[in-house]
Design a protein around this ligand. Structure first.
Ligand code: E4P
Length: 217
């Protein structure tokens, strides 16, 4: 399983660099973080960063792909006000631009995104959970079908995103996700444990007192 950071903050990416294989961003994250996407991608290079195209999807996608060597271009399956981006995904994939098809909510959308040529398919499990739908089942289904599709030369990986808790993260890993993208706040909860902290404090204090005993002998 690969782990991505769902953030555009340079300091957070540096903090988590030992364990992350890449990062994912979207316009809402960029607005919240106040980040410069070019600066962020440069710092992450050569690890991949998902950068979302908006407005004129095909023009923005080509521009980001030209300017940022490690960019994976995020294209939503659906256009904001009607229609879909399947044709655009296919064209960009044929130009060897790596696409992360985003804002996917179920297996049928994932299948179509993969068939159109998306290198990554992003399933938004936190938002699925918000609706009361079984996100674990959705992940298991998507992973199984994407793995089956490899047999017919469809080479996508499932990114599980919109992860808001440790429980959702662990569920995503257990369900066999190819990639899970996690915000810094959740990563912080994954690493911390009060008993680990208490244990190493005890060892540290005992080590110091041992040194004093040896030193005074
Ligand atoms: C992932 O690629 C998405 O950008 C992100 O996880 C969305 O998360 P949210 O549903 O918490 O906004």
């Amino acid at each position: 399983m690969k782990l991505f950071l769902d953030s555009s903050k340079v300091d957070e990416a540096k903090r988590w660099m030992p364990v992350i294989d890449g990062a994912t961003t979207n316009p809402t994250i960029l607005k919240k973080d106040g980040s410069d996407i070019y600066e962020f991608c440069k710092m992450m290079d050569p690890k991949p960063v998902s950068v979302e195209a908006c407005g004129d999807f095909i023009t923005e996608a080509r521009q980001y792909a030209k300017d940022i060597p490690n960019a994976i271009i995020k294209i939503p399956l659906l256009k904001p006000y009607g229609g879909d981006n399947l044709q655009i995904i296919k064209e960009l994939a044929e130009e060897h631009i790596s696409i992360n098809c985003t804002a996917l909510f179920n297996l049928s959308q994932v299948i179509l995104a993969a068939k159109a040529g998306a290198r990554y398919c992003s399933l938004f499990i936190g938002r699925i959970d918000d609706e009361g739908v079984d996100y674990k089942l959705a992940i298991e289904d998507c992973v199984r079908v994407i793995d089956l599709m490899y047999r017919t030369n469809t080479t996508s990986e499932l990114i599980v995103g919109s992860v808001r808790s440790v429980g959702q993260f662990l569920d995503a890993v257990r369900a066999g996700s190819h990639i899970v993208t996690v915000p810094p706040s959740v990563l912080e909860k994954l690493v911390e444990h009060k008993f680990s902290r208490a244990t190493v404090q005890m060892f540290e204090e005992d080590s110091q007192s041992l040194k004093q005993v040896v030193g005074s002998a």
